[in-house]
Design a protein around this ligand. Structure first.
Ligand code: NAP
Length: 335
């Protein structure tokens, strides 16, 4: 079969104010350039939608450049090489790369990473073995410096990062692992399937009150995916010398006004707390340690995925649904 000459892609149609909507996205067809020496043509099979993409829809400086209006979005994806002008990547190779949100991509071979799908499925490289898994590992072990015997609280606990934080904390000897999530079914999943010691639905009432109830002896580590009321509650519950790894603040990503700071910040002094933000890509030197420590656990970890079929046509809605908590585990779009 002849190679495709065009590819359908998702573009940023406009920048959102507050919550993004379907109108902020447009699907368009783009011509594919001819393969040059050293390049490959990849057909995407699965792509990731991630909360950080919300920040890229705004026009402000950050650690990744903003998406541009009228241009295709990008992000993590896995695909198959269907044509190759690169000696190192023959047709049929499965590759991980950063050109999601489109059906096909022409890429220099150095921009992709071949992956082995004989042991784990391709999607694992976008989840537990990929960026979210590495984020959980870095945040817990390096940023929060979790020690055996620590009581660990994680918000966004049923999501891609949070579900691994809780399970890794258990395996690293946490005395108690507490999670919060946004539905009764997710709370059940945390306890029954992922082995959390306690979990609560943050929509049921005061986070501080529920956390006190589920962590009567306090917490030593808080892995923050949510910010806002969760962070304030965690500061209140942290024991002396407690540590917070600030990974995300999804409760504030769609805010149109500045959000209030935790009202109890003075406790940072009296309790000698450490609150440290991090960006996972700054810690790439830990990749070998991550693979060494986490790859052998993969069989025993629950790595839930919420997979939406439909490729580029389904991707914008999958992203919008992720922001509202439709996913359990990693949210993915299959082509
Ligand atoms: P995820 O947790 O799989 O999906 C997002 C989840 O956020 C939703 O399922 C939803 O679950 C929850 N959520 C949405 N609005 C919320 C709110 N107002 N309050 C509480 N929970 C809310 O996403 P992920 O990829 O694993 O990312 C988790 C966090 O880590 C995000 O904040 C992300 O930005 C951050 N992150 C940071 C880095 C880094 O380098 N620092 C890297 C990767 C991810 P519920 O149903 O429970 O509400």
């Amino acid at each position: 079969m002849a190679n495709p000459t065009t590819s359908r892609e998702v573009r940023l149609a406009s920048r959102p104010t507050g919550w993004p909507t379907a109108d902020n996205f447009a699907i368009a067809e783009a011509a594919l350039p001819e393969l040059q020496p050293g390049e490959i043509l990849v057909r995407n099979t699965v792509m990731s939608v991630d909360p950080y993409m919300r920040g890229r829809m705004d026009d402000r400086p950050s650690y990744v450049p903003p998406f541009q209006v009228g241009e295709a979005l990008d992000g993590g994806a896995v695909g198959e090489v269907i044509a190759s002008a690169a000696d190192d990547l023959p047709t049929g190779t499965t590759v991980l790369h950063g050109f999601g949100w489109r059906e096909y991509a022409v890429l220099p071979s150095r921009r992709v990473q071949p992956i082995d799908t004989s042991v784990v499925p391709a999607s694992a490289y976008l989840g537990a073995l990929g960026m979210p898994g590495f984020t959980a590992y870095v945040g817990l072990t390096e940023v929060a410096a979790m020690k055996e015997g620590d009581a660990v609280f994680v918000s966004g606990a049923a999501g891609a990062v949070g579900s691994l934080v809780g399970q890794l904390a258990k395996r690293r000897g946490a005395s108690r692992v507490i999670g919060s999530a946004g539905s009764a079914e997710k709370v059940r999943h945390l306890i029954d399937d992922l082995g959390f010691d306690a979990a609560f639905n943050y929509k049921d009432g005061s986070v501080a009150k529920q956390l006190r109830q589920h962590a009567p002896d306090g917490i030593d580590v808080y892995f923050d995916n949510v910010g806002g009321e969760h962070l304030e509650a965690a500061i209140g519950a942290l024991n002396t010398h407690g540590r917070v790894a600030v990974c995300g603040m999804i409760s504030q990503y769609n805010a149109t006004e500045p959000t209030p700071a935790p009202r109890n910040l003075a406790l940072v002094i009296t309790k000698r707390l450490t609150i440290r933000g991090f960006i996972v890509s700054d810690h790439n030197a830990l990749q070998p340690a991550f693979r060494r420590d986490v790859a052998p656990l993969l069989d025993s970890l629950v790595t839930e995925e919420t997979i939406v079929d439909g490729g580029v046509d389904a991707a914008p809605q999958a992203f919008l649904d992720l922001m509202r908590g439709a996913n359990t585990g990693k949210m993915l779009v299959r082509f």
